[in-house]
Structure formats: structure tokens, C-alpha cells
Ligand binder design. Structure first.
Ligand code: MN3
Length: 245
């Protein structure tokens, strides 16, 4: 009887210890995710994922030739050059791009340009689809309206961020560490995940405003490209990113 009591006590203590251990490891896991990348389930590897639609799927908003060159030449080169930089600097080829970007100041300009370039394009392809919904719904819509007064006003502010980015760069809807939504833009291939970025947070929606993204069809008319781009935004995907943080 006494022995059974003793064993029961030990096993209960063991269970408590095991439970405490799993809580601790869960906490450390989620906090390390937050501090290193804040990317939740959205983790980007060094290789390009297949384009989730055909090159002509976003016609007439984005023409097939632009999509093909953009994906197979520009974006493919960022992935290749990123892998070169990762090798040259002795990082694992299993590194997540998010982890690299969070400490990108410690690496070469090649890592910054191509790590950003690869991440931004992998995000960009997913943020689009044929016949987009036009508007988000649910909590993302509610929070956009609360933060920017109305969805129309949000679109106008985001469009301005893209239009007014001097030279090449990106417009972003991103969430800071308090999950508050912001609109901003970054030069070149920088993004809000980078420790060197002036704006910091988790990118929810990104728009490429480099000329290579629109010049064949829109030539110098970046504003027309952005106005049309809203028709192919994949709000379902954008909402999933927002829900994951
Ligand atoms: Mn591009």
C-alpha cells in the first residue's frame, strides 16, 4: 500500500514535470519564432516554389510575357544568388529566409539584395490570383477599416506608398509586434522583416513596384499598374497570413 502510494506520487510528479517541460518548450519555441522571424507557419526556403497559376492567368492585369520573364529570370536569379551567398557565408542550405533576413546586417549586400528579392517574390506570387475577391473579409477587413478609416482609404494610402516609392522597391501592408497594421514602402529588395529596415513587422501583403513588374504593358504608368493590380489580389491568402500572426 505504501509502495503503491509512493509510485503514484512519483508518477504524478513525473507527469507534472513532463507537462511543465512541454509548456516550457512550447513557450521557448513560440518566443524564438517571434524574435527570429515572426513568420508563424509561413516559412520561406531558399528554392522557388512553383508559380501557383499559369503565366497568362492574371491577364489582362499582368501580361503573360511579363509574368514569365519576372518569374523565370528576375525571381529565379534572386533564388540562385541567395543560395550562392548562403554557401559563401557558411550557412545551412536549410536556413529559412526569415531567419537570415532578421539578422541580414551581419551578412554581405549580396545576401541582403537576394534574400530580400527571393522572399519578396515568393510572397508576391501568392498574394495574387486570377479574379481576386476585390476586398478582404472578416477580421482583416474590420481591422483595416478600424486602422485606416475605410477600405477605400486603405487602398488609396497603399497605392500612394507604391506610386511614391522613388526608383525601385515595394509597398507593404504589414503588422508590427503588437499586431497593429501599417502601410509602408521599402527601397530595392528590402522588406519589413530585415533588421536594417526602417519599417519593421510581418508582411501581410506586398506589391512589387520595380519597372520589371509592369513596364512591358504599362511602360512608365506605374499608377495604372497599381490601380489594375487590386483586381488580382488574393485576399484569401492575405487573410491567412494575418490570421497566422
Ligand atoms: Mn520583381
Amino acid at each position: 500500500m505504501q509502495r503503491r502510494k509512493f509510485i503514484g506520487h512519483i508518477s504524478k510528479a513525473g507527469l507534472v514535470a513532463a507537462a511543465a517541460g512541454s509548456i516550457t518548450s512550447l513557450e521557448s519555441c513560440s518566443s524564438s519564432k517571434k524574435t527570429s522571424s515572426n513568420s508563424g507557419p509561413f516559412t520561406t526556403s531558399l528554392d522557388q516554389l512553383p508559380l501557383p497559376y499559369r503565366y497568362d492567368a492574371l491577364e489582362p492585369v499582368i501580361d503573360a510575357k511579363t509574368m514569365e520573364i519576372h518569374f523565370t529570370k528576375h525571381a529565379a536569379a534572386y533564388s540562385t544568388n541567395l543560395k550562392d551567398a548562403v554557401k559563401a557565408e557558411g550557412l545551412s542550405d536549410k536556413s529559412s529566409v526569415e531567419d537570415i533576413l532578421a539578422r541580414v546586417s551581419k551578412f554581405s549586400p549580396k545576401m541582403r539584395n537576394n534574400g530580400g528579392g527571393h522572399y519578396n517574390h515568393e510572397l508576391f506570387w501568392q498574394c495574387m490570383k486570377p479574379n481576386g475577391e476585390g476586398t478582404p473579409s472578416g477580421k482583416l477587413l474590420t481591422d483595416i477599416e478600424a486602422q485606416f478609416n475605410s477600405f477605400g482609404n486603405f487602398k488609396s494610402l497603399f497605392t500612394d506608398a507604391g506610386k511614391n516609392r522613388f526608383g525601385s522597391g515595394w509597398a507593404w501592408l504589414y503588422a508590427d509586434s503588437q499586431k497593429k497594421l501599417h502601410i509602408g514602402s521599402t527601397p530595392n529588395q528590402d522588406n519589413p522583416l530585415m533588421d536594417v529596415s526602417e519599417i519593421k513587422g510581418f508582411p501581410i501583403l506586398g506589391l512589387d513596384v520595380w519597372e520589371h513588374a509592369y513596364y512591358l504593358k504599362y511602360m512608365n504608368k506605374r499608377a495604372d499598374y497599381i490601380d489594375n493590380w487590386w483586381k488580382v489580389v488574393n485576399w484569401e491568402y492575405v487573410q491567412k497570413r494575418y490570421a497566422a500572426i
